[in-house]
Design a protein around this ligand. Structure first.
Ligand code: ADP
Length: 324
């Protein structure tokens, strides 16, 4: 009871008007397993916020809790407000103010592009002439204008994804929720989707997405919540997180025998991570790593700037793309 009261006071505090979503101590269990385990976050309006973590981290479950498709545990004392609504009590209101891009391409294969959008517009009671106008506008925006009469089977994976984003925008949502929007897509389509999401954010939309691509988080997220095994590892601006928590440079050495040839004295001020097949040598001094590189042959190593993947490895001991 006390936990619940604390959470309620937290939620109705002065931050509520500025925040798109406030969540406190979210827990979701499947049997004995906790898919989400005590996660807190606060997301301001008009930002792009990413849930980042490997497969099985709990990202999709968390997103589903936000739009009411998955119910948080009642007995955990958790609480959440999405644009002022509790998904437990007002999931319909949340549906009307949000657009959802689920992980799977759940389009109706028997209908063409335009028909898929028309059917959806009826869920929102959009009058037909307005829906037709909106459909044309959104197909142009997602660069699918020429595909209006195409069958779903004739679309590439990237086109289907863009169509689902167009569908999620039919009701002019305040909140756009995307579950792995670019997984499996080629780099050009990924760039195109990132550009469209940036444009929507500039118009004031709040965007939530899940991803296991650190590059995606770096490119479009103002803030990320990094998850592992249902728990929050850290939260913040992706660039600041990297600069604050990890050495700026890393040398990746591709085999242990190459690593063993390196001069031990030069390694003494570096942090070594040998938990994966690739041995990583982290250092604040770029010159020191260059000198170490001189001891190896080209192709045996890569010298680069540190990134979110390195931060994740440091925090959890595994890589973002490792399956749990
Ligand atoms: P992510 O999106 O980060 O890949 P998920 O939220 O899909 O992770 O899953 C988190 C954990 O919850 C996983 O262990 C997954 O197997 C489990 N899980 C997700 N959905 C269900 C479900 N409907 N029933 C049982 N377990 C589930």
């Amino acid at each position: 009871m006390l936990i619940f009261l604390n959470a309620t006071i937290f939620l109705f505090g002065e931050n509520m008007n500025k925040a798109a979503i406030i969540a406190k101590n979210l827990v979701k269990s499947y049997g004995k397993e906790k898919a989400v385990n005590g996660v807190d976050f606060s997301i301001p309006k008009s930002v792009c916020y990413g849930f980042l973590g490997p497969n099985g981290a709990g990202k999709s479950t968390l997103m589903k809790m936000i739009y009411g498709a998955s119910r948080r545990d009642d007995n955990s004392g958790g609480a959440m407000k999405v644009f002022g609504y509790d998904p437990h009590l007002n999931s319909l209101a949340i549906k009307f103010i949000s657009g959802v891009v689920p992980q799977d391409n759940n389009l109706d294969e028997d209908l063409n592009v335009e028909q898929n959008l028309k059917i959806f517009s009826r869920f929102f009671n959009i009058p037909t002439p307005l829906a037709e106008e909106k459909i044309d506008e959104l197909l142009r925006f997602m660069e699918l204008g020429e595909k209006k009469k195409s069958k779903i089977k004739q679309l590439s994976g990237g086109m289907k994804r863009r169509l689902i984003i167009a569908r999620a925008l039919l009701n002019d949502p305040d909140l756009l929720i995307l579950d792995e929007p670019t997984t499996g897509l080629d780099p050009q389509v990924r760039q195109l989707i990132w550009e469209k999401l940036r444009m929507l954010k500039r118009k004031g939309m709040t965007i939530l997405l899940t991803t296991h691509y650190m590059e995606e988080a770096f490119q479009i997220c103002d803030s990320v919540l990094i998850m592992n095994k249902g728990e929050k590892i850290m939260e913040g601006n992706p660039k600041l997180l990297v600069s604050k928590h990890i050495e700026p440079y890393v040398m990746e050495v591709y085999a242990r025998e190459h690593y063993e040839r390196l001069n031990n004295a030069a390694l003494s001020s570096c942090r070594i991570d040998d938990s994966t097949d690739v041995i990583r040598i982290y250092c604040s001094n770029h010159g020191q790593l260059t000198m170490l590189g001189d001891e190896l042959n080209p192709g045996e190593f890569l010298l680069r700037q540190s990134n979110l993947e390195d931060l994740f490895l440091k925090s959890t001991g595994s890589t973002l793309n490792a399956r749990q």
